[in-house]
Design a protein around this ligand. Structure first.
Ligand code: ZN
Length: 712
């Protein structure tokens, strides 16, 4: 049993001191990691992982969990964990030296993991294990790990006859190149455009910061005046605020013709950046790949590792959704047209370049409240107290400050304790934006729950990273950091992912926490948590004005609640139409016979059927739909709505409980949610977990109700 330690590479005395090796199963001393530590540590761990792979595929190695899976998991986990530290530091504490060291090792690490997926000898060993009498003795999470691996091997082409393998890998390479070219074209045509204004009167309506940014851009380009680009932060304020209708039109027409055959005419673009042919070629390759693997089309292939069951199920889901939201979108549209006519003197009908402008004016008139005033009610420590209160009440845990090693003085660490007082998990919170830190917010896995060969349980650790505005000094005194309500929602969202990772009870690493969860279900726990940010009983306790200490006034709460669903009919329908376009391009489109503008034609026919807003005939938005042509969301864009339906439906169980108990923070429902959704992670299909919690199949009703898309 086990591996012969004699040939197993052991770290030299020097490597044992390397902080990327020294922490072993514990927590890395982040602040001690130097860029020069990276190459020696990762090279050593790669060598050891490769050794474990070679050992696993050796004919003498028996195909059972302890001899095959565990040592492999052990070696690849040490590599992933140390590499995880490096890429985490690269995201939150970047320096030129660190970036260079990261960039140097990245291709080696990527190559190692993709070679695992292509290793046919390993596939053979996993297959033997799945067919051996030992398999039935494994517990269900272990079986799931094996089944997922076999599935991934198959989707990677492992079962293909040798004659087809070269073509299969050629398809992968061509797809990667086309995806890269697609996004380069979008970027080039976005970058190339600049519109210069020299008369200040033409800037009417634009906010000060947008004008300042335009002056900045002009200066960068060594031009006089104000320059606008097609990058969203420059483009969108024009659409939203500019009183200058012809400026809005000019910018709009440039924006929607990027990377198309119309770009030379409207967007100062080049014909070689036209993505029309690129899209057809990608669709063709995807179709070919799917057929090689025995699927009817690419949509069917994409469902293999997802929660949705069939191509028809997704199509019906989206069509039904579109039909349900259409009347509300129509109402939004009529309201906006009416408002534009009476208040904005746009009498000849709303054009596409008027929509954001008119909507912003309507929103201000109806729901005006100051974002800055609202923000004063959310000091970060108070918000954390509120968030932890929700988690502690619902899931029967205690969250206490911990003292783990960190990478920056602003970073805090916490311990999650079970009711019994045992440590269940740890997590980090890195709240503020700073230089050297990547933008956005995310949860990442620092260590997963796993039963070690010794039988001991390794407890999970997570990073919660946000980019809130850092506290500022006023008259030499550090002000209490306050965050916006959107930031609060972000924090709850990431903590939802965090809880999924931290409260798991699964001990097989490949399916513990968020590992192995179908990716159309992975946003369930995160979106679920967002709901609490709109509950009065939560907000009342989570708010304290930075100066007066008073909780959020009920009146202000009513206002943000009313603004929440502003134009939601229209927004929802837009998302659903985009999802349906993605879906049908991969399910019911024949790329073999398609020519010219066939992709555009299909997207247009779907929009004609469902959309309520007339489309500009020149719009080529599909030519910049990077999610599906350059971003890994091909036949997957529906996942956003899919997971929203699940999370709203799960939340409605808490609303039902509140009808009886008076509080959405219902402990019994929380305990069931913890047990059926959070604890099981990826160890069983998400559909089963959902049903175990809700007692029935998912329903779209709660999401429609939350979004104001039901007639009352
Ligand atoms: Zn998320």
């Amino acid at each position: 049993m086990g591996m012969t330690t004699s040939t197993f590479p052991l770290p030299s005395a020097e490597l044992q001191q390397n902080p990327l090796i020294a922490f072993g199963r514990g927590i890395c001393a982040y602040s001690e990691v130097k860029p020069t530590d990276i190459a020696p540590a990762i090279d050593f761990l790669l060598e050891r992982a490769q050794h474990a792979v070679d050992h696993a595929v050796a004919p003498a190695t028996p195909s059972n969990w302890n001899d095959l899976v565990e040592p492999l998991e052990d070696a690849t986990e040490s590599l992933s964990r140390s590499w995880g530290v490096v890429s985490h530091l690269n995201s939150v504490a970047d320096t030129p030296e660190l970036r260079a060291a990261y960039g140097e090792m990245m291709p080696k690490v990527t190559a190692f993991f993709s070679s695992l997926g292509q290793n046919l000898a390993l596939y053979q060993k996993f297959k033997e294990l799945s067919q051996s009498p030992d398999f039935s003795k494994l517990h269900s999470a272990q079986k799931k790990v094996i089944e997922n691996s076999l599935r991934d091997f198959r989707l990677g082409g492992a079962e293909l006859p040798d004659s087809q393998k070269p073509r299969f890998s050629q398809i992968q390479d061509e797809q990667a190149l086309l995806g890269k070219a697609f996004s380069d074209h979008v970027l080039d045509s976005t970058d190339n455009f600049v519109h210069l204004i020299s008369d200040k009167a033409e800037l009417a309506g634009l906010p000060e910061d947008a004008i300042a940014a335009a002056a900045d851009l002009a200066q960068q380009k060594q031009l006089q005046g104000w320059a606008f680009s097609l990058h969203f932060p420059s483009y969108y304020p024009v659409m939203q605020y500019s009183e200058n209708r012809s400026l809005r039109r000019l910018m709009y027409e440039a924006y929607v013709t990027r990377a198309s055959e119309l770009a030379p005419q409207y967007a100062q673009g080049k014909l070689e950046w036209d993505n029309t042919q690129n899209m057809l070629e990608q669709l063709k390759l995807r179709d070919e790949e799917a057929r090689m693997l025995g699927f009817k089309n690419y949509a069917a292939l994409s469902l293999a590792p997802k929660m949705a069951n069939s191509v028809e199920e997704v199509d019906t889901f989206l069509t039904n959704f579109a039909q349900k939201s259409k009347p509300f979108a129509l109402k939004d549209w009529e309201e906006l047209t009416e408002f534009a006519k009476s208040e904005l003197a746009i009498v000849d009908g709303l054009e596409p370049w008027d929509i954001a402008f008119a909507s912003e004016k309507l929103k201000q008139e109806r729901y005006a409240f100051s974002e800055n005033e609202l923000k004063q009610y959310f000091p970060l420590p108070k918000v954390l107290e509120g968030l932890f209160g929700v988690i502690q009440t619902l899931f029967g845990v205690k969250i206490e400050k911990a003292n783990l090693p960190t990478w920056h003085a602003d970073v805090q660490s916490f311990e999650v304790k079970n009711a019994s007082g045992n440590t269940a998990a740890y997590f980090y919170l890195d709240p503020y934006a700073r230089s050297g830190k990547r933008g956005g917010a995310w949860m990442d896995d620092a260590r997963g729950r796993r039963e070690l060969p010794s039988g001991e349980i390794q407890i999970p650790v997570a990073y919660l990273v946000c980019n809130f505005a850092a506290p500022v000094k006023v008259n030499g005194v550090l002000r209490q950091p306050t965050i916006t309500h959107d930031d609060v929602i972000t924090l709850f969202h990431e903590s939802g992912h965090g809880l999924h990772h931290l409260l798991t009870q699964v001990s097989a690493l490949g399916v513990s926490g968020i590992n192995g969860v179908e990716w159309d279900a992975v946003e369930l726990p995160s979106q679920f948590m967002e709901n609490f940010c709109w509950e009065w009983e939560v907000l009342e306790k989570m708010t304290a004005h930075a100066e007066t200490g008073k909780p959020l006034p009920r009146e202000l709460y009513e206002k943000i609640l009313a603004a929440k669903n502003f134009q939601n009919g229209y927004m929802t329908l837009r998302q659903v139409v985009m999802s349906l376009t993605d879906w049908r391009l991969h399910a019911s489109f024949d790329p073999e016979s398609a020519k010219g503008q066939a992709v555009l034609d299909l997207s247009r026919s779907i929009a004609d059927q469902f959309n309520v807003i007339p489309q500009a005939p020149i719009s080529r938005w599909i030519n910049t739909f990077s999610h599906i042509f350059a971003g890994g969301y091909a036949a997957g864009y529906y996942s956003y709505k899919w997971a929203e339906v699940l999370s709203a439906d799960v939340y409605s169980a808490f609303e039902e409980a509140a009808k009886l108990t008076g509080s959405v923070l219902d402990e019994k429902t929380g305990a069931r949610y913890r047990k059926e959704i959070l604890e099981v992670g990826g160890s069983r299909p998400a559909a089963e977990s959902f049903k175990a919690f809700r007692g029935r199949e998912p329903s779209i009703d709660a999401l429609l109700r939350h979004g104001g898309l039901v007639t009352q």
